[in-house]
Design a protein around this ligand. Structure first.
Ligand code: NAD
Length: 480
């Protein structure tokens, strides 16, 4: 598949060369993406800086453009979904849902107020606090949810009056490039530029003198490099990073009712969402039953090409497939037992059996690290205080869930968990346009979504005006 172009200054732009895009269901090259050199990046940054001069001026124009962008994505939804399934592997119905979320987020932000707070308006004068745009935003996205995670950046940043240069992951550039084509006529030239390339392109973006803000979603290791690069000229950052998200199943939990949701909470998108359950802690009296219920579901899960009738597709790329394989092998070498799965499927592509591991605990890599794939350790605990400490004993702090019918106990446990979102009797259903999503500790800096996400793309500006009848000197006397 060829013909993908970058969007720079509103125009289709080829790269200095191309790079291969692999279909994870076959392990074969299936498309070429344009490879941006430094010259194209400079052109994109210059276009964004020039477009900013006008884009920041008219809020109504921006709101209409976000609505038009949502309509454009609706029209192109099937093409985008098929590209997502081809490059990322997720089942087509889920890819379609991802495009649906993207349009929902665009419409949410098109309607969201940009706050303006009047602090004083009386005979002595006027004072207000407004939120102003920042300038050019450099946006860098990962491969696990390419479109929705890009839209989480585009919608609030553009509403606030910023312009953007966006780079998708080199593993999944195609749907994002196609989205750029679809909205070329919607945004004025230079407002949304999309460049594609390998990892060094991301580093060039963060070191570039033009952007005033970097919004990054990806791993903690890369997030630290981004923060270090941003520190050189004090660019603002939002970092949405990895997680090692615990689910804590209390003794009273109704396993028959929750087992499906625990399984989905861990295995959605083949375990490749930042906020999925990465480790389950279950009371020791319920451990065997929960392992059995989850193993049953793992064995029954249909795994295959995302274009077939399946629940789980392939792991999205070779490095991630190797990592999941390595962590499962390591766990089994340390005494873990695979109650389901435990190895790769013998077929082309990056398919791995949905895996439930027992006989494993803290201190083993698959429990301590972010596996980001279809393998779930299920760990028994005895004491609730102890398990809360174990859940918190990690550099990560993205999300967690508590499973019990006792609301007061759930609220108490939630209050002691060090993370940005806690869900009760569900996992991950706090991902909504109107709720903040972000990590504590090394899982990130700042939040996305809701007004809080919008604020991250603005700078505060205080504006004061003395009363018209008062001289500047009088005013100074009054305020001293
Ligand atoms: P990654 O860090 O390898 O890459 C992310 C992006 O950064 C890619 O576009 C990559 O090309 C770019 N990049 C690589 N090196 C760079 C550098 N030195 N400077 C700037 N950019 C650079 O992450 P990934 O493997 O693509 O994504 C998986 C990770 O993302 C997981 O850890 C997952 O938890 C995390 N994630 C977090 C969230 C969240 O909202 N918190 C959401 C999705 C994924």
């Amino acid at each position: 598949m060829t013909g993908f172009t970058m969007t720079i200054n509103g125009a289709a732009t080829t790269g200095d060369g191309t790079f291969d895009v692999i279909d994870p269901a076959t392990g074969e090259v299936f498309a070429q993406a344009p490879d941006s050199g430094r010259g194209h990046l400079d052109a994109a940054m210059n276009a964004a800086a020039e477009a900013y001069r006008h884009w920041k001026l008219d809020e109504e124009v921006r709101r209409r453009a976000l609505l038009d962008a949502a309509d454009a994505l609706d029209s192109g939804a099937e093409r985008l979904a098929r590209l997502l399934t081809s490059e990322q592997g997720r089942p087509l119905p889920e890819a379609r849902a991802e495009i649906g979320w993207a349009t929902m987020w665009l419409r949410y932000y098109a309607d969201l107020e940009i706050p303006r707070e009047i602090v004083q308006d009386d005979q002595n004068g006027f004072a207000e606090v407004a939120r102003r745009p920042m300038g050019v935003v450099a946006a860098i996205a990962p491969w696990n949810l390419p479109i929705i995670l890009a839209i989480w950046k585009i919608a609030p940043a553009l509403l606030a009056g910023n312009t953007m240069v966006l780079k998708p992951s080199p593993f999944t550039p195609l749907a994002t490039l196609a989205m750029g084509e679809m909205v070329r006529g919607v945004f004025p030239p230079g407002v949304l530029n999309i460049v594609s390339g390998q990892d060094p392109l991301g580093a060039w973006m963060t070191a570039h003198p033009t952007p005033r803000k970097i919004t990054f979603t990806g791993s903690v290791a890369t997030g630290m490099k981004v923060a270090a690069a941003a520190a050189k000229d004090l660019k603002r950052v939002t970092l949405e990073l990895g997680g090692n998200d615990p689910a804590i199943v209390l003794e009273d939990a109704d396993l028959a009712r929750i087992a499906d949701d625990v399984f989905t909470g861990a295995f959605m998108n083949n375990g490749q969402n930042c906020m999925v359950i990465k480790r389950v802690y279950v009371h020791e009296r319920r451990h065997a039953d929960l392992v059995e219920a989850l193993a049953e579901r793992a064995k029954a899960a249909r795994v295959g090409s995302g274009f077939d009738d399946v629940q789980l597709g392939p792991i999205a790329n070779r490095p991630q497939f190797d990592r999941v394989s390595e962590l499962v092998t390591d766990a089994i070498a340390h005494g873990a037992v695979a109650a389901a799965g435990g190895r790769a499927l013998e077929r082309p592509g990056y398919f791995f059996e949905p895996t439930i591991l027992t006989g494993v605990s803290d201190g083993i890599r698959i429990v301590d690290e972010e596996q980001f794939g279809p393998a779930l350790p299920v760990i028994a605990y005895r004491d609730l205080d102890d398990v809360v400490d174990r859940a918190n004993d990690t550099p990560y702090g993205l999300t967690a869930s508590v499973w019990t019918d006792d609301d007061a106990r759930a609220a108490d446990v939630a209050s002691r968990l060090e993370c940005g979102q806690v869900t009760v009797n569900a996992h991950g259903n706090g991902l909504r346009p109107d709720l903040p999503f972000g990590g504590h500790k090394q899982s990130g800096i700042g939040v996305t979504n809701g007004p809080w996400g919008l604020h991250r793309y603005t700078e505060l500006q205080a504006l004061t005006r003395p009363a018209r009848t008062t001289s500047a000197l009088d005013n100074e006397r009054q305020t001293v």
